[in-house]
Design a protein around this ligand. Structure first.
Ligand SMILES: Cc1ncc(CNC=O)c(N)n1
Length: 234
């Protein structure tokens, strides 16, 4: 039987256990904890909003490249393509949400300049878009990118969280059940590919997972910095 027996852990769960500290650094970053306990400085949130808008726009061609790889090499490409396509489609809605949210907070998106962490992360996405990067690697990266936000923002919506009301909608964007299900679908595709790939590819995929976590930590670190113009106005 090829099917995994119930209770048997997949490769990704083994990685999560092995790299728990790194995973927690990305999903329980001080910036997330400050949203959850209500102590967040709103100018950090605004920095994050503008920079994440740039990141999400760069995510579109990356997800499109994952889609093409699913179409070309997946062993179960019908369902894989459908899953990835729904993620790609929802990015359109997400970009509109950023534009609307930015206007509500008085953040001028046309004036946003990428900080180093944003540029580094976008260049990493570009490197993964190259045709020679295998589908197994790119779907693993895609799952990791999504699950960090899903896990982090779900944490901000728990019963005992003191997330400020004006940030709840943001947390809902990534902390809702449907997005949780979506991340599970990506995880299933990635696990299926990882179970049957070569040892060499498995090592590469694990390193890619860790690099996503590092970029996520750097991205939160950057967001937690207050913009110079915000300091000047205090
Ligand atoms: C830096 C970063 N990582 C992951 C996500 C979540 N994916 C799409 O929205 C995001 N928005 N930003």
């Amino acid at each position: 039987m090829e099917e995994k027996r119930q209770g048997e852990v997949g490769i990704i769960d083994k990685w999560l256990k092995k790299h728990l500290l790194m995973y927690m650094a990305a999903t329980r970053h001080p910036m997330i904890l400050s949203i959850r306990d209500g102590s967040i400085n709103i100018s950090c949130f605004k920095t994050w909003l503008g920079q994440d808008y740039l990141f999400v726009r760069a995510l579109v061609p990356f997800v499109a490249s994952v889609l093409i790889k699913a179409w070309n090499d997946s062993d179960d490409s019908n369902t894989d393509v459908e899953v990835i396509l729904s993620g790609l489609a929802s990015l359109k809605d997400e970009i509109s949400w950023f534009q609307n949210e930015a206007s509500n907070w008085g953040v001028q998106l046309s004036h946003i300049v990428a900080h180093k962490a944003t540029g580094d992360y976008c260049r990493f996405l570009e490197s993964l878009m190259l045709p020679e990067v295998e589908f197994t690697i790119s779907i693993t990266a895609y799952w990791a990118i999504e699950v960090v936000y899903q896990d982090a923002f779900t944490h901000c919506l728990e019963d005992d969280a003191k997330t400020p009301p004006e940030l709840q909608e943001t947390c809902q964007r990534w902390g809702n059940d449907e997005f949780g299900q979506y991340c599970q679908s990506l995880k299933k595709i990635a696990n299926r590919r990882l179970e049957k790939c070569s040892d060499d590819l498995l090592v590469k995929a694990e390193a890619t997972f860790l690099r996503v976590l590092e970029h996520e930590v750097q991205f939160w670190n950057m967001s937690a910095m207050v913009e110079p113009e915000d300091l000047a106005s205090k």
